[in-house]
Design a protein around this ligand. Structure first.
Ligand code: ZN
Ligand code: ZN
Ligand code: FE
Length: 768
């Protein structure tokens, strides 16, 4: 083909291509290359037709790969030659709807550099305007009520554009062309500052009042993107203590926010990957190693060696944290809720629920449609691994390794997410929370309805956890009955394994080795599993090995009080409850006698192979944490104590599918008696579990020839254990699959459930 041939080309683009400045990009690109034709949104992507010299068309096409709009994500890009149609101009056409089709929706994105520059430019008409945004940044998912994504279907519907904003909105060459949340001080949302019963200030005065109150040591509720934060001066010990008391949250760390990276460096160690993660458009909270000289109050993250930092992600945050003498550098920014409840997002509801926590409220009048928490992530072995997947990530789709019918997967109980599938995509919800109270259940149900509607999904299969008491299982069961949908029950650790395989795009049929280590999951034998070595794939699994069963004296009581768990392990191993042992000292005589009876008579003491509970028991035995007030606390404090230079290990003999814990407990108590420091004992325990995992993998490899190991379950959030285990496995030539974009904790369960249901569907089709 001659480069000066005059040709026509049709292009179809799928992915995140709406609400991200895609059409202005296409328009500008076409004009620059002297092309004529048109571009339009459809309900499942963008269509383009261009006429022009073939070399110009080539340049036009290559720009999609070389310099696409920053927030766009191109999943497919199809071109097809067509005869030139004699277009005289390039135009943006009306959107075209295709019934039943769906379009990925962009998550909320941090303010872009251009908007940030304008906001701090005194000559700009949006100077210091806290709701500045453009097609490259700003609210998305949290304000969208329905599709297609147009202003009337967002919570911006009530704000009529002023003439200046309208010009920008209509100009294809403007950065704000069809930016649905576009706004300015003349026509957009406004700030105001309130106490429970009166409004004290508006706009800039409201902002300054909030800063003043923080400076004065008060607690301010701040309405943000996906909900309310509770803020205070992170270096003011009294303020942080007051916040803890009022929020009824004893030890669970608070996230903190500061204006820029340089300030974070005064408090934490930072490597390049951590800097990238902190400054990414998603702006998660990043867990960082705390520097000893940090001036942040101890109460922000008691008994921790890390701090959860995030950078501002809305224009409002930048204005609030703008450096100035006497205004605190670092603010606590924790979810606006009572402990364990979902984040508040509705104005009235927030005022009601937070009035006894916050002294004042910094409000605005842009409604939040979908509540979404901050995401939490950390860098391990130079890759980001998400712990809580919410703002900035949801509702991005996750590609599935096999095509799937429409499935609803209900997820687990704690750290719940649900998952909906469609074709090659899984839509994993944002973090919903622990489904243990009415508020959270309500937000779970509302989010399911919303996702089904946005992505046009009507489930044909429903997958739930085996555990009949999970509110998510009950919800799924009820729906399956009411709507006459096929129900698939999935064992919890099988779901962990499948989630890990799915995230890694695993398609092979041979079973892999699954090291599924967590706190709790109902097993097929009715016991509580959690220290599981599986051999399996999406289609099924075998339980190759597990920690030998130990009673859980008092059920949930043993989860809240690791001291009980330590006593159960000692009892099981035939070790005496000597009066100088930490867990023995931690419990009253009465409680010990109750535990003893529970163990001896098997009252309310279900059997468990839980690895999480073993970590708890060791933590309590070493006197680190005998009672917890947030999930995972005892294990976290055990990991913090571990001496990184200690290489010792304890044996875990393997007999008839069971891993015997008793030799370990005998050696541990012997070493403790002989005065070995707790830091060494903790490290030896961690090392032992790493070697146990390694030995199990080697054993299964011998039996099955399998060289692939999948790590899943909340225990793998333990960085010490994760790093040592991966090192051992990789050195021996194993391929190790683990989680990065999907949480390794129960936040990943819904994806695994969905994959297992998709495989079930696939196999049942082959059978027909
Ligand atoms: Zn912007
Ligand atoms: Zn305006
Ligand atoms: Fe789990």
């Amino acid at each position: 083909m001659q480069s000066n041939d005059f040709i026509g080309l049709k292009i179809r683009v799928h992915g995140i291509v709406q609400g991200v400045g895609f059409r202005p990009f296409v328009y500008t690109n076409a004009i620059q290359n002297n092309l004529t034709g048109w571009v339009r949104n459809t309900s499942n992507g963008v269509e383009i037709e261009v006429n022009g010299a073939s070399s110009d068309v080539d340049t036009f096409v290559s720009a999609f790969h070389l310099s696409p709009p920053p927030l766009a994500r191109i999943d497919t890009f199809k071109t097809e030659q067509c005869p030139p149609n004699g277009y005289e101009t390039f135009e943006i056409l009306e959107s075209q709807l295709i019934p039943g089709e769906f379009l990925p929706i962009s998550p909320d994105m941090a303010i872009c550099k251009d908007c940030l520059r304008e906001m701090f430019d005194p000559s700009d008409r949006r100077f210091r305007y806290p709701f500045i945004n453009c097609t490259n940044c700003g609210p998305r998912f949290t304000i969208i009520q329905d599709i297609p994504y147009d202003r009337p279907k967002t919570t911006m519907a009530g704000f009529a554009l002023c003439p200046d904003c309208l010009l920008e909105y209509q100009n294809p060459q403007d950065r704000r062309f069809h930016a649905q949340p576009v706004a300015c001080p003349e026509c957009g949302p406004q700030l105001f500052f309130q106490t429970t019963n009166q409004t004290l200030a508006h706009q800039e005065n409201a902002l300054q009042m909030a800063r003043q109150w923080i400076k004065d040591g008060k607690i301010v509720a701040i309405k943000g993107l996906g909900g309310f934060h509770l803020a205070c001066d992170a270096s003011n010990q009294d303020a942080v203590k007051k916040l803890r008391e009022r929020k009824r949250r004893s030890d669970k760390p608070f996230a903190v926010m500061t204006f820029d990276i340089e300030q974070i460096e005064q408090h934490c160690e930072l490597n390049e990957q951590e800097k990238l993660l902190l400054t990414s458009n998603e702006r998660p909270v990043v867990l960082l190693d705390r520097k000893p000289e940090s001036t942040i109050a101890y109460e922000v993250a008691p008994r921790q060696n890390t701090l959860g930092f995030m950078l501002p992600y809305t224009p409002l945050h930048y204005l609030l944290l703008e450096p100035e003498d006497l205004v605190p550098d670092v603010w606590v920014m924790t979810s606006g809720n009572l402990s364990e409840e979902p984040i508040a997002f509705d104005d009235m509801e927030a005022k009601e629920r937070l009035s006894h926590i916050a002294d004042g409220f910094l409000m605005h009048d842009r409604p939040i449609y979908m509540r979404v928490d901050d995401s939490v992530s950390r860098v391990i072995n130079s890759h980001a691994s998400v712990i809580r997947r919410a703002r900035g990530y949801a509702p991005n789709s996750t590609p599935l390794p096999i095509a799937s019918p429409p499935i609803f997967a209900a997820g687990a109980e704690l750290k719940n997410t649900f998952c909906l599938t469609r074709n090659q995509y899984a839509f994993i919800s944002h973090h919903i929370g622990d489904l243990e109270n009415y508020e959270t259940l309500k937000s779970y149900e509302a989010a399911i309805v919303h996702y089904q509607n946005l992505f046009r999904i009507r489930p044909e299969y429903i997958a739930i956890d085996l555990h009949p008491d999970y509110l998510s299982s009950q919800y799924g069961l009820k729906r399956a009955q009411n709507e006459n949908i096929t129900l698939i029950k999935v064992q919890h650790h099988h779901a962990h394994l499948a989630a890990c395989l799915a995230e890694n795009q695993w398609t092979a049929d041979e079973p892999v080795i699954g090291l599924c280590l967590d706190g709790t999951g109902l097993g097929t034998d009715g016991a509580i599993w959690g220290g599981e070595v599986l051999s399996g794939n999406y289609a099924g699994f075998q339980r190759a090995a597990h920690l030998s069963y130990t009673p859980l004296p008092g059920g949930d009581a043993a989860v809240r009080k690791p001291a009980r768990m330590a006593l159960a392990h000692l009892w099981k191993s035939g070790l005496e409850w000597a009066s100088d042992l930490a867990p023995v000292k931690a419990l009253s005589t009465e409680e010990k006698s109750v535990v003893h009876t529970q163990l001896e008579k098997r009252i309310n003491s279900p059997e468990t192979s839980s690895m999480g509970r073993l970590f708890d028991a060791v933590s309590a035995f070493l006197g680190l944490c005998e009672e917890i007030n947030y999930e995972g606390q005892a294990a976290i404090e055990l990991e913090i104590a571990a001496d990184k230079n200690e290489d010792g290990i304890y044996p875990f003999p393997f007999v008839d599918g069971k891993i015997d814990l008793s030799p370990f407990w005998h050696s541990l108590s012997h070493d403790w008696r002989s005065g070995t420091p707790v830091s060494k004992l903790s490290a030896r325990f961690h090392n032992s579990i790493a070697y146990l995992c390694f030995d199990m993998a080697k054993k299964l490899k011998q039996e099955t020839g399998c060289r692939t190991v999948a790590l899943s379950g909340g225990v793998w959030q333990n960085r010490f254990l994760f790093q040592r285990t991966v090192r051992l496995l990789e050195k021996a030539g194993f391929m190790v699959l683990f989680h990065q974009k999907i949480p390794t904790n129960d936040g990943g369960i819904s994806l695994g459930q969905a994959m297992i249901a998709a495989k079930y569907y696939q196999l049942s089709m082959i059978g027909k």
